[in-house]
Design a protein around this ligand. Structure first.
Ligand SMILES: C[S@@+](CC[C@H](N)C(=O)[O-])C[C@H]1O[C@@H](n2cnc3c(N)ncnc32)[C@H](O)[C@@H]1O
Length: 303
């Protein structure tokens, strides 16, 4: 079961009316999309997901509510291209990033360091690059760089060295094998904090799915296809994706530095977007949904 994070807040902030045209970039198991669809009986929902398993599960849920939606089975990196083929601009766009609980729980997807599986981590099962390729073929320096930048892992070098030493003997095949190598290559005290494989698994997942580059491009495109008064809601789950969102939102909602001290900013230099919210889940949500603990919702509106 996937429990949607910041569900009420994100739907409220989308500020929908009955005829709104909305894009859910991350359909997942249809939690947010179902709520959106209920609010827009005369509008339309476009929902993206690159995972066909998720789509199979979400589609019947949406069908039970209405038929004013279309599921687009592709990476949201194609957001602008796909939407502008269909319609000029939209009233609301939602990103609920990362993987869903069922993706994490399904052992054969290889996302979890708790479940034994072949090393996979692809959100799109048709893509060729897998976690196996990253772990077994990337050169040492590239592994170190990925663990540092995408995992903010303090022991990136010793973990990467451990991996390259191990794979010289035989390929590293499974998630639990990888988790054990990571554990053996960090100091004892570090193993007790949180699971020592957490950051490296996050880093490999980001690399396999090119998550940060894809998100940055899609968010910039989203700003172009949103109507005036339309809103973009972004739910992130770690500091790297949140930082991208924060920086892009700041950039488009702040007047040029040299004009900031003017008593009146000329219309043509006024920012075209306004930041509406930056919130974390309530304690009550965090206490019953562990996935919510690192979540953050940022909202921006086109002026
Ligand atoms: C956190 S889940 C969304 C859950 C959903 N909001 C719900 O309430 O059920 C994220 C979903 O987005 C999909 N996803 C992540 N990155 C994507 C991308 N770049 N393109 C398309 N789908 C993506 C994943 O496959 C996953 O199903």
């Amino acid at each position: 079961m996937h429990e949607s994070v910041l569900l009420t807040e994100s739907i409220d902030y989308l500020n929908l009316n009955k005829a709104s045209i909305v894009v859910d970039c991350t359909l997942g198991y249809g939690g947010h999309s179902s709520h959106i669809l209920k609010k827009i009986p005369n509008g339309f929902l476009y929902a993206f997901d690159q995972d066909s398993e998720a789509i199979k599960k979400a589609n019947p849920k949406l069908k039970a509510i209405g038929n004013n939606y279309e599921i687009i089975n592709t990476n949201f990196v194609n957001l602008k291209e796909e939407i502008t083929k269909r319609i000029d601009k939209v009233d609301g766009i939602l990103f609920d990033l990362g993987v869903s609980s069922p993706q994490l729980d399904e052992a054969d997807r290889g996302f979890s360091f708790h479940k034994d599986s072949k090393l996979d981590m692809r959100m799109n099962q048709n893509q060729s690059l897998t976690a196996y390729d990253v772990v077994n073929t990337y050169p040492l320096n590239k592994l170190i760089q990925i663990f540092k930048t995408y995992g903010e892992e303090k022991y990136a070098k010793s973990i990467a060295l451990g991996i390259t030493k191990e794979r010289e003997k035989a390929p590293i095949e499974t998630t639990l094998q990888l988790a054990e190598i990571i554990k053996q290559n960090v100091p004892e005290k570090y193993r007790k904090k949180s699971h020592p494989a957490r950051k490296v698994f996050q880093a490999i997942r980001i690399e396999v799915n090119d998550e940060l580059n894809v998100f940055e491009k899609a968010l910039k495109d989203a700003l172009n296809i949103i109507k005036p008064k339309g809103r973009i809601c972004v739910i992130t789950f770690h500091s790297l994706e949140d930082r991208i969102c924060k920086q892009i939102f700041k950039q488009v909602s702040t007047p040029p530095k040299e004009l900031q001290n003017l008593p009146v900013i000329p219309d043509e230099y006024k920012p075209k977007y306004k930041i509406i919210a930056n919130i974390k889940p309530k304690d009550s949500e965090i206490s019953h949904n562990n996935r919510a603990r690192s979540a953050r919702l940022r909202v921006i509106e086109r002026s």
